[in-house]
Write a protein that binds this ligand. Structure first.
Ligand code: SAM
Length: 347
């Protein structure tokens, strides 16, 4: 698929998921690319990138970074993330001038991978872990692949207001997910995460100002709730950081799954990561999990819990929360969610 078509498909997703500003910018960029404008020159080196690496979101993130760095005050007037209130419909011509003016910085931004670390996805993870607890009766050893800044490894340190008067997780947490669930809720039970570890080939450090800027730049600029969530999660991470190792999924899992660990449920979690893996890496990850599954026992179970997109048709995706459990290798659909998590509808 050509870049303009991919940009338009992503624009549709953004619109459906509540970001008219990102949608307008991507539509504008698609048109400018087709018309041979400054966007065409900017994007030409990225035209053959795999579609899973989502050049459109790298472009949106690069523009947002310039705004956050105060390098595009004219465009900032349209960005709610920095207090802008100017109309969405007038944003593209301004952004186009920024593309002309700041092509080099934008190209540098486009060379970075998408690094959204979305804490809303913890609504799916928390419920999935409750399922694991109910099934196994064991405390959790949590391993996250593609953990970015490791914010979702803090899953049990956020507050989930799942029903009137029912707050799961850590009720005093500054990260509050309000009414994140629908459908048939997982059984409530105390959740015990006894260890947590994550990997990412390009990990971000919540303690670093530069990395916090990177994380913020990938939040869609008109989704102010998500900014607040990220800011609060960074605060939780600052108090109790979880290091994320600089490793690809295959190397991390080869080490972590080498031996069964008795007395805990080993849960390998990944959200919106599969599309960023090379084919070899995906195959290797599946193989390592299946092999660990062969070694799993009822006292040392291995579970794969994921929130990943599935294409329904054209550019329409749904996000599935799935669980595979070993011994046995039974795979089941637990819930459907949105790309950034809530609402998570349990089936
Ligand atoms: C869209 S982000 C999602 C981050 C996080 N899972 C979340 O849901 O907030 C995709 C992540 O996958 C990571 N990634 C890319 N290739 C990877 C690999 N081979 N192994 C593990 N993670 C990888 C990227 O660096 C990035 O942090």
């Amino acid at each position: 698929m050509s870049l303009p078509r991919r940009f338009r498909a992503q624009a549709e997703q953004c619109l459906r998921n509540g970001s008219p500003l990102t949608a307008a910018l991507l539509e504008g960029a698609a048109g400018d690319d087709e018309a041979g404008g400054p966007v065409h020159e900017l994007l030409a080196p990225f035209a053959a990138d795999p579609s899973g690496s989502v050049a459109s979101l790298r472009f949106a993130g690069a523009l947002h970074r310039l705004v956050l760095e105060r390098q595009a005050p004219d465009l900032a007037l349209h960005y709610p993330s920095v207090g802008g209130t100017a109309p969405v419909e007038e944003a593209w011509p301004v952004a186009r001038r920024v593309v002309e003016r700041c092509a080099e910085q934008l190209a540098a931004g486009l060379r970075r991978p998408v690094q959204t670390n979305e804490v809303g996805r913890s609504a799916a993870l928390y419920g999935g872990l409750l399922h694991v607890t109910a099934r196994t009766g064991l405390p959790i050893r949590l391993l996250e692949v593609g953990a970015s800044a490791g914010l979702n490894l803090l899953v049990d340190r956020f507050a989930y207001e799942v029903a009137e008067g029912v707050v799961l997780g850590e009720p005093s947490s500054p990260v509050r997910l309000r009414a994140p669930w629908r459908g048939r809720f997982p059984a409530y039970a105390p959740l015990e995460v006894v260890s947590r570890a994550g990997c990412d080939p390009a990990p971000l450090d919540p303690g670093s100002e530069a990395d916090r800027l990177t994380l913020t730049s990938y939040v869609w600029a008109d989704q102010v709730d998500r900014f607040e969530r990220l800011r609060n999660a960074l605060q939780v991470a600052a108090a109790r950081p979880v290091p994320v190792e600089r490793l690809p999924a295959s190397a991390f899992l080869a080490r972590e799954l080498a031996e069964p660990v008795p007395g805990v449920a080993t849960v390998v979690w990944h959200s919106v990561v599969r599309q960023y893996l090379s084919v070899d890496e995906r195959v290797e990850m599946d193989r390592l999990l299946a092999e660990a599954g062969e070694r799993a026992t009822p006292d040392a179970p291995v579970l794969r819990l994921s929130l990943e997109p599935e294409r329904i048709a054209g550019s329409t995706f749904r996000f599935l929360v799935e669980l595979t459990e070993w011994p046995g290798g039974r795979r089941e659909l637990l819930a459907e969610a949105l790309g950034h998590g809530p609402p998570v509808t349990w089936v």
